[in-house]
Design a protein around this ligand. Structure first.
Ligand code: DHB
Ligand code: FE
Length: 287
């Protein structure tokens, strides 16, 4: 039987990968951000996930403006990282979990989500960097992945309500997976940021903290926002919040906050991490 152990939502700014490559995590600029991760790693050490389902955004590495799926699910045996122009070292190829991918795809289609299925898929910084933060030391990842992308590049984007429903549908798929697996659900990106235009550098701390709070106990409340509300409140790229919303919605029952951290700025972005334990999973483990 599959167990959903919980969820981690994390920033994925490419500069984080640059700081890891240079080994400057303890410098004053970076320490307040990297110091958010050891408590999350301690928890991962206790719950020992074997598979990660990753909600994230492809930033033009795999999909571009000519072909842009709203939601795409990877169904590959492995996922290669590639250079996207940030100058980051290419990370080790990730093991996929194709049987679980196909189970998720079948369940989503039966649930009337018309997703795109990708038997080949490159993964960008938005998928890789959270793993560098959670499992430091060179990319010998102890889990396989099921990557799920959400369009945040080309409008119209899916609404928070739709991303919440997607997350719930993925949660139902995971709960009905009959093989032994300890599943971690990741949501990557954000929080508030805008990389270009007249509001470049925009960050909204009160909105971010409200969202981090709501994600713990009342995530459905975030579905009252439209996509354009999120653009206005969190910046054009703050729409990466959609991945956090989907990841949270995949957790079926009550959750406990393991740890959170919020720090401004990391590059142009409000850097954050939020880890949530699925209370049902804790009970299942003790039994
Ligand atoms: C930055 C943030 C992102 O989410 C991203 O994908 C690329 C760059 C930044 O703040 O530099
Ligand atoms: Fe991004």
């Amino acid at each position: 039987m599959a167990t959903i152990v919980g969820s981690v939502m994390s920033s994925h700014v490419p500069a984080i990968g640059g700081a890891i490559a240079k080994g400057i995590q303890d410098e004053p600029y970076w320490r307040p951000f990297f110091s958010g991760f050891p408590p999350v790693r301690d928890w991962l050490g206790r719950v020992q996930p074997t598979v990660a389902v990753v909600f994230y955004m492809d930033h033009g590495l795999n999909f571009f403006l000519d072909k842009m799926p709203t939601f795409a699910v990877g169904a590959a045996a492995e996922y290669r990282n590639a250079d996207e122009g940030w100058g980051l070292p290419t990370q080790r190829t990730f093991r996929g979990n194709a049987p679980l991918s196909w189970h998720v795809i079948e369940s989503l289609i039966a649930d009337e989500f018309d997703i795109t299925t990708c038997q080949e898929m490159l993964i960008d910084h938005a998928c890789i960097i959270p793993f560098q933060l959670l499992y430091p030391g060179g990319g010998d990842w102890p889990l396989s992945i099921v990557p799920i992308t959400i369009n945040h590049v080309q409008h119209p984007l899916p609404s928070p309500k739709r991303c919440f429903a997607l997350g719930q549908a993925v949660g139902r798929a995971l709960a009905s997976w009959q093989q032994d697996a300890r599943i971690l659900v990741l949501g990557t990106g954000g929080l508030s940021h805008q990389l270009d235009g007249t509001r470049a550098g925009f960050i909204n701390k009160p909105f971010d903290l409200m969202c981090m709070d709501a994600l713990v106990n009342d995530p459905a409340s975030l579905t009252r926002f439209s996509t354009l509300d999120i653009v206005r409140e969190a910046g054009a790229q703050g729409t990466e919040l959609l991945a956090w919303i989907a990841a949270r919605a995949a957790l079926p029952g009550r959750v406990t906050k393991v740890h959170s951290n919020y720090h401004i700025p990391i590059s142009n972005t409000a850097g954050a991490v939020l880890a949530l334990a699925n209370e049902g999973a804790a009970l299942a483990r003790a039994a």
